[in-house]
Design a protein around this ligand. Structure first.
Ligand code: ADP
Length: 396
């Protein structure tokens, strides 16, 4: 069966058409500037990227553009719409309602709407994508795959904040965690690659991309993760601050004459390694600047790594040990220097990095020596494939 995987943002829509038998992406693409002017990038498997300037006034236009690209005579990959057997949607926030992926029904849509307050930038956009697909492909089953679902196994001691309990009762203020599809996919695969029994294992997954989070996966279940009510908590990221003293918000607001929304904008978009370095949110740029002697770029990387190390250490304590530490996402998969810097802190766990193996990029591999007491691995994430797998499991 062919599964259309959709990741819908407020002005963008990423898609992949995946053949569930071969697990290959037949085409990948991105609609940008929806509601502004519109652009569609489409790449068929083994073919060249095609850029179409299309007037995309809304997400329905975008979906129609995607379908016509998928069926195009020259660069399309299917002949008829009926070849698409199901649609899998990434949905960011499932609150406490969704502990796993579900078939989308009117009740599910209403329940996702109820989570809108928890992810005001993402959930409404995800729903627009779902509604646009319902309008253009009525009758095709759709599945919602939640970023938060995998972390719903976290115990109360890991998800409650030290706040008045009524905020949890009334508003569901608690830690949820994100990147769940990736943490789930990568931890399962890491157990296979490392030769561990997932049901009897302690795995720490470091998803280090522009957005970054770490999870503690005990016997295949998430028991803690670094993001919280929103993706702002935890690690220092490309542009997000991660954990800070909450009093800073008031202090900076007063000093700079900024309102709450403006300070939150700084924490989300102008902080992280971008804010620290003043150079870039991209670690490739930071590396270049650091080589040229930029002190702030060097510091930004050190501060980033230190936070990663503290979370790993915390999760070793939470699980009373660790069998494998796994790196994934853009930075985790590609940056050997960051992996080396992180691993250099874990002599006490018996981590022995194999420098040659650590030189790989974007491939599955154990990067520690055979003698290493704790294994460290690189496992590329594939959230779209994970969404396709979840979708097929539900519609079959
Ligand atoms: P997201 O999905 O959160 O936008 P990605 O997982 O694509 O992020 O990761 C993007 C980040 O990964 C970039 O900002 C960059 O810092 C890092 N990155 C990607 N490729 C490389 C590379 N070859 N070397 C070092 N860092 C890389």
């Amino acid at each position: 069966m062919k599964i259309l995987v959709i990741n819908c943002g407020s002005s963008s829509l990423k898609y992949q058409l995946i053949d569930s038998d071969t697990e290959k992406a037949l085409a990948v693409g991105l609609c940008e500037r929806i509601g502004i002017d519109g652009k569609l990038n489409h790449t068929p498997d083994g073919g060249e990227k095609i850029t179409l300037e299309l007037p995309l006034k809304d997400h329905k236009d975008a979906i129609e553009g995607v379908l016509s690209a998928l069926m195009n005579e020259k660069y399309g990959v299917i002949k008829e719409l009926s070849e698409i057997g199901a649609i899998g949607h990434r949905v960011v926030h499932g609150g406490e309602k969704f502990t796993k992926s579900v078939l989308i029904t009117p009740d599910v849509i209403a329940a996702i709407e109820e989570c809108n307050d928890l992810a005001p930038l993402h959930n409404p956009a995800n729903l627009i994508g779902i509604n646009a697909c319902t309008a253009t492909m009525p009758g095709v089953p759709q599945v919602a795959v939640f970023d938060t679902a995998f972390h719903q196994t976290m115990p109360m001691k890991a998800y409650l904040y030290g706040l008045p309990y009524e905020y949890y009762d009334k508003y569901k203020v608690r830690r949820y965690g994100f990147h769940g599809t990736s943490h789930s996919f990568v931890s399962k695969r890491a157990a296979e690659v490392a030769g561990l029994d997932l049901n009897n294992s302690k795995i720490i997954v470091c998803h280090l991309g522009n957005g970054a989070s770490i999870s503690a996966v005990h016997n295949g279940k998430s028991v803690d993760t670094s993001m919280g009510l929103t993706p702002l908590e935890g690690l220092i990221m490309g542009t997000r601050s991660g954990d800070i003293d909450p009093s800073i918000i008031e202090y900076i607001g007063k000093k700079e004459g900024k309102c709450l929304e403006e300070v939150m904008g700084v924490l989300n978009k102008k902080s992280g390694v971008l804010g620290l370095s003043g150079v870039s949110s991209d670690f490739r740029d930071l590396d270049q600047a650091a080589r040229a002697g930029n002190e702030h770029a060097i510091e930004a990387v050190e501060v980033f790594v230190y936070r990663v190390v503290k979370y790993i250490g915390g999760y070793v304590a939470a699980m009373n040990g660790v069998d494998a530490i796994v790196f994934t996402a853009g930075l985790g998969e590609n940056d050997k220097k960051i992996r080396e810097m992180v691993c250099s802190y874990f002599g006490y766990l018996g981590v022995e990095l194999d420098t040659e193996k650590n030189a790989i990029r974007g491939k599955e591999q154990v990067i520690t020596t055979d003698a290493s007491k704790t294994k460290v691995l690189v496992v590329p994430t594939n959230e779209e494939l994970a969404i396709a797998r979840e979708t097929i499991a539900i519609v079959k």
